[in-house]
Ligand binder design. Structure first.
Ligand code: SIN
Length: 497
């Protein structure tokens, strides 16, 4: 019987685990927090898929490729949008109660850069929590063992292939196949919508194991994180329902950047926000949702409504402060369409993977779908594969600078500030060179949290190397020292919120 270890317990990991288990594998899920401590659980807006007879997979594909600035792998896009409806049906069968209209049809939300309303949601804005709960229940019901509070230290490689994982406490778990589903690395940045656990653990372990990574320069910044209290996402779906962005003077500025205004692609709106903030001494811009009214805000967005009110804000009557924040990593561990990496026996899914599906910028609400679609494919492949094939070779990125053990220790907050200032929403050669030199001079601080900090340092080095190598602007990678098309807003200083 094939033994599969899945590292990570969000939608991608649990879907892979369920598929491998249902295909007859002996599966163990390993996660560094509790089963529910995932980025999936935080997802608000929903999951994009074609479920309306008036919608088409061609339209969803076109929107995905437009948002991705055309750098998407078209085969990966076809898989994502083509298999999306089947994965939605699977989620429903596993118990996800998507919101419905009075006549029983799915309730579909509109989000930026979608031609039509196709974003399914649950509990209003608690879509990720509903999916996390249903998949967690399914994993428990299937009897799949879950090792919680078990932090991945490294992959075990023998004779050129993965044979298991080593945990931070030194314990080893052997496996025929390892699926990395550890999410992204939002904690690289001083401002992020991601939870504390988003430290790039799987990506870093894959790099150390010699797996190819790509597209790490493509970091998506969400336009609207709440700029009051602890970091908190204010879903794009709020703008989809009609909320608008205003500056200190009360002026709607998003149309200066793009004819679709607040519903332009995410990177365009994020830069428009940063530009408006720079013009008002770094004060956050405001999201004005007052036109939606208290009843609709509370019913459609109960999670955000509660978070806003906890912070003493009354968004039904007063616009709320928002700021861009790191949200999603388009790049990651290079995989084929079945999650296979360039290391035999190693698979990667979800935000950890780079399938090429998102190109230079992910379309809103395609991330949960990615986890469901490619998680299923990787689970099936891990069960099916016998000779442990690998993904095709990809162009190699520059090798990261080796860490000097006599170098000064760094703090995570210093790394996050460096990345925010010099490798963030707007980059240029001078800042990236500065970041590269600083990162190269740092070493891990050697504290209890050193595994995660090591991972952040390694991933940061690769992000900066990739950003230095791509000298033009495309999608989420915006270089202020590149020649810009007229439709892209002028470079702006990104200020702290
Ligand atoms: C949001 O709800 O705005 C985020 C959804 C996504 O990341 O696609």
């Amino acid at each position: 019987m094939t033994t599969v270890v899945v590292v990570g317990s969000g939608i991608a990991g649990l879907t892979a685990a369920l598929h491998a288990h249902e295909a007859g594998c002996r599966v163990t899920v390993v996660t560094k927090g509790a089963l529910v401590d995932t980025n999936t659980r935080w997802a608000q807006g929903g999951i994009a898929a074609v479920t309306d007879p008036d919608d088409t997979v061609a339209s969803h594909a076109a929107d995905t490729i437009t948002a991705g600035a055309g750098l998407n792998d078209p085969d990966a896009v076809d898989v994502l949008v083509g298999e999306g409806p089947a994965r939605i049906a699977e989620l429903v069968a596993r118990g996800v109660g998507f919101d419905r209209t009075a006549d029983g049809d799915f309730s579909r939300g509109l989000e930026a850069a979608h031609a039509v309303a196709r974003v399914l949601h649950a509990g209003g804005d608690a879509t990720g929590a509903a999916i996390q709960a249903a998949l967690g229940d399914a994993v428990r019901a299937a009897g799949i063992p879950v090792r919680e509070h078990a932090l991945l230290r490294d992959l075990v490689i023998e004779d050129g292939r993965v044979t298991g994982i080593e945990l931070a406490d030194g314990e080893r778990l052997t496996a025929d196949a390892v699926v990395l589903a550890t999410g992204g690395a939002g904690q690289l940045y001083a401002h992020t919508t991601n939870p504390l656990g988003a430290t790039g653990d799987g990506i870093a372990a894959a790099i150390r194991a010699g797996a190819a990574v790509a597209d790490l320069e493509f970091v998506q910044f969400h336009p609207t994180a709440l700029a009051a209290g602890a970091p908190f996402l204010v879903s794009e779906a709020v703008r989809g329902e009609g909320a608008v962005l205003i500056d200190d003077a009360g002026r709607r500025f998003a149309f200066d950047a793009h004819p679709d205004g607040e519903l332009a692609p995410r990177d365009v709106v994020a830069r428009a926000n940063a530009r408006a903030m720079a013009a008002q001494d770094g004060h956050p811009v405001r999201l004005d949702a007052t036109a939606l009214g208290p009843e609709r805000l509370a019913r459609r967005f109960p999670t955000i409504d509660a978070a806003v009110r906890e912070r003493g804000l009354d968004w039904a009557h007063v616009p709320i402060p928002v700021t861009p924040a790191a949200h999603y990593l388009m790049g990651g561990v290079v995989t084929d369409l079945d999650g296979r990496t360039t290391v035999p026996g190693l698979y990667a899914v979800g935000e950890t993977a780079r399938t090429g599906v998102h190109g230079a910028n992910r379309l809103a609400s395609n991330s949960l779908l990615e986890g469901a679609v490619f998680g299923a494919r990787a689970g099936d492949a891990a069960a099916r594969d016998r000779d442990w094939p690998v993904a095709p070779a990809v162009p190699a990125r520059p090798a990261p600078v080796a860490v000097d053990t006599d170098a000064p220790a760094f703090s995570r907050s210093a790394l996050q500030r460096l990345m925010w200032d010099d490798a963030g929403l707007v980059r240029d050669a001078a800042g990236l060179d500065r970041a590269a030199a600083t990162l190269a001079a740092w070493r891990s601080p050697g504290r209890l949290s050193a595994v995660e900090d090591d991972n952040l340092l390694l991933v940061a080095t690769h992000v900066v190397d990739a950003a230095r190598a791509r000298t033009g602007s495309v999608g989420a990678h915006y270089r202020s020292d590149a020649v810009q098309p007229a439709s892209i807003p002028a470079p702006s200083e990104v200020l702290a919120c």
